[in-house]
Design a binder for this molecule. Structure first.
Ligand SMILES: Nc1ncnc2c1ncn2[C@@H]1O[C@H](COP(=O)(O)OP(=O)(O)O)[C@@H](O)[C@H]1O
Ligand SMILES: [Mg+2]
Length: 284
């Protein structure tokens, strides 16, 4: 994430846009060799690109046993090493025949987007007086959003996950430890880790299951979609997240609602803090 942020900042300084960030994620590390002596800013961009490439290599689909990139549906039939086990909205998941690990291939979508995130808006008077103050809407994300989501799975003690690389077509590849899937439709709301704080429905509306708030190193995140299909049991029988949908929690928007502002401040200190502040005895 740090190397990607450095690359984004260096690109911005020479006037190269970082949104969408698909051109950055696929930047060849020798793309600038002729320009790198031009001046300090170009030099920094070149250095940043090389440093980033070391953390996220470009790996062809053939390396996973898939047919070449001129094939109509390169990942369709699986490969000699990878057996398809699932495909959701964001990723196609395969299991390695060698060690059982899961490989996920996130396909790029239109306009340089990939994966998913949320956009947020405040309720308008037209929504009525009882409408929740915040509205979360799922939307396509950036590469940065996707990398952050994978990091968030780790931070929430989800299944160990590692980014393997990106293919020349922009398919992001991640590897994850295999878990035991849950019965389809199992109600997991009582089983989710305590670090995922339920958000009172009066504060936020999202047409997604399990809308939660999570703090990672003090930074608030909005997390949803931790339903049975996105959870597994590890070899110790412990429930672990394998997938979720998330976005940085829009603290500034939320703070415009005094009650939510107050609630956020309290759950930041104590995830079990309820909706209303407990009154002190001497105030009663
Ligand atoms: N680590 C894993 N262990 C077992 N099954 C998995 C694992 N990762 C993914 N799967 C299976 O593949 C499906 C899709 O993977 P997921 O990461 O949820 O991608 P998507 O973003 O497409 O929903 C999951 O619902 C699950 O059935
Ligand atoms: Mg999923």
């Amino acid at each position: 994430m740090e190397a990607f942020a450095r690359l984004g900042a260096a690109a911005t300084k020479v006037g190269i846009g970082a949104d969408p960030d698909d051109t950055l994620v696929l930047w060849e590390d020798d793309e600038l060799s002729l320009l790198t002596d031009a001046d300090e800013l170009w030099h920094e961009l070149d250095e940043a690109a090389r440093a980033f490439r070391k953390t996220l290599p470009i790996v062809p689909l053939e390396a996973f046993g898939f047919p070449g990139d001129d094939h109509e549906d390169p990942m369709g039939e699986g490969s000699p090493f990878l057996r398809r086990i699932g495909s959701g909205v964001e990723a196609s998941a395969f299991q390695s025949v060698h060690d059982g690990s899961i490989y996920k291939f996130y396909l790029p979508r239109e306009e340089g987007r990939i994966g998913g995130t949320f956009s947020f808006s405040r309720a308008t008077p037209a929504d009525g007086l009882d409408a929740p103050a915040l509205h979360a809407e799922a939307c396509l994300g950036s590469y940065r959003d996707l990398l952050e989501k994978l990091a968030l799975i780790l931070a929430l003690d989800g299944m160990p996950t590692e980014v393997v690389g990106v293919t020349p077509e922009g398919v992001l590849v991640a590897k994850q430890v295999l878990g035991e899937r849950l019965p389809e439709g199992e109600d997991v709301s009582e089983l989710l880790p305590g670090s995922l704080i339920p958000i009172p429905a009066r504060f936020l509306r999202a047409h997604r299951d399990h809308p939660r708030l999570a703090f990672v190193k003090g930074r608030p995140w909005f997390v949803a979609d931790t339903h049975a299909k996105n959870l597994v049991r590890d070899t110790n029988g412990r429930l672990r997240v394998i997938d979720l949908l998330a976005a940085p929690f829009p603290s500034e928007l939320a703070a415009q609602d005094p009650l939510m502002h107050d609630w956020l401040a309290r759950v930041a200190l104590d995830p079990t803090a309820g909706l209303l502040q407990a009154a002190h005895d001497d105030e009663l």
